[in-house]
Write a new protein. Structure first.
Length: 352
């Protein structure tokens, strides 16, 4: 994972000040208690902390983004060791010149010149501070990267769901507009009614389906408008049996997800059949789940049977994808029954 090296430093300055001030006070009291000399501890920490901070910010601002993230690992190790060594030399000389000639009282013996043991011990101490601060930096970057990925996935999910919803019923509206044109030419008294129904349906699909969920009552009303349009279009040859049972109030469902099955039934069961056609639709709410069933006759028109058996159109694949994206696996169950002359869809879906 490639972290953005600037992310940590967008944290307000007060948090950096709070961290270093807390660390400084802790270290001062710790070594003051150890030496029983708080004045000496304060002086050495005032000298040492600018070195700690320089090393830490060099590491997370320069070495990591320009060496580690570019996979220059050997150069990174050499740079860190060389910088720490240089800082240890500076620390020794400043301590000797400004604080005391008896450097390293916490060591096995006080020294007046730079020794190998002192250098190794101080380098390990500086490396500890760098590691501690770097761990904080990596943790914060990782959390921010996770949030960025989560937000991106959420945005992509919402975009895909919006796209899938936008694919619903384009041919239905096209056919309905053609029918309106035919009725207007004939000066049929059905024209105003079909225009009004289409307007209500389009208003719902354009403005009321933008959210993740919609009330089940509104969904059923939308389907009722759709069915009314189909009744007007198909006259006497269409028989629709629709039943609603159970408590549909205060229940929510993904917008227009059921309409896909309704549309599919008319596309294959009505438009591709001649003579009288029957569509059965049932809504039944049990506790927190809607049991939705729709059945329609299979196509009678030659040449359409194979395509129907394969997928019943892209609408079904569309709704499968929407269910996968919008619901947990335990929140829905979609099944199909391909009988001799009837195609049945059953969806059990959570509606709370």
């Amino acid at each position: 994972m490639n972290f953005n090296s600037n992310k940590l430093y967008r944290i307000p300055l007060r948090y950096h000040v709070f961290f270093w001030l807390t660390y400084f006070l802790f270290n001062t009291f710790r070594w003051g208690s150890y030496f029983n000399n708080y004045s000496y501890s304060l002086k050495t920490n005032l000298l040492g902390f600018p070195i700690h901070m320089t090393l830490c910010y060099l590491n997370i601002l320069v070495f990591m983004p320009f060496l580690v993230y570019r996979k220059k690992y050997i150069l990174y190790v050499l740079s860190v060791l060389a910088t720490i060594f240089l800082m240890v030399v500076i620390k020794f000389n400043l301590t000797y010149l400004l604080i005391t000639h008896q450097v390293w009282p916490e060591g096995p013996e006080t020294i007046q010149k730079l020794t190998l043991n002192y250098t190794i011990d101080m380098m390990m101490g500086e490396l500890y501070v760098m590691t501690f601060v770097t761990a904080i930096k990596i943790t914060l970057d990782f959390k921010k990267e996770q949030k960025r990925v989560t937000d991106l996935e959420k945005s992509q999910l919402e975009t895909e769901l919006l796209f899938l919803k936008s694919q619903i019923s384009p041919h239905f509206f096209f056919n309905t507009l053609n029918n309106i044109y035919s009725l207007s030419v004939e000066k049929s008294n059905k024209t105003p009614k079909i225009v009004l129904k289409l307007s209500e349906l389009m208003r719902y699909m354009l403005y009321d389906t933008k959210g993740k969920k919609q009330s089940l009552e509104n969904e059923i009303l939308c389907i009722q408008n759709y069915l009314d349009l189909e009744r007007i279009r198909n006259d006497e040859r269409l028989e629709i049996n629709m039943a609603v049972s159970g408590d549909i109030h205060d229940k929510e469902i993904s917008p227009v997800i059921l309409l896909t099955f309704i549309e599919n039934a008319f596309k294959h069961g009505v438009n591709k059949n001649t003579g009288k056609v029957k569509i059965d639709i049932n809504f039944k709410v049990k506790e927190d789940f809607l049991h939705f069933t729709i059945s329609n006759p299979k196509p009678q028109i030659t040449g359409h049977e194979d395509n129907f058996n394969k997928s019943s159109g892209i609408g079904i694949e569309n709704v499968k994808k929407r269910l996968e994206l919008g619901y947990n696996k335990n929140d829905y169950k979609l099944s199909f029954k391909n009988k001799k002359n009837i195609f049945v869809v059953k969806l059990v879906i959570k509606v709370t």
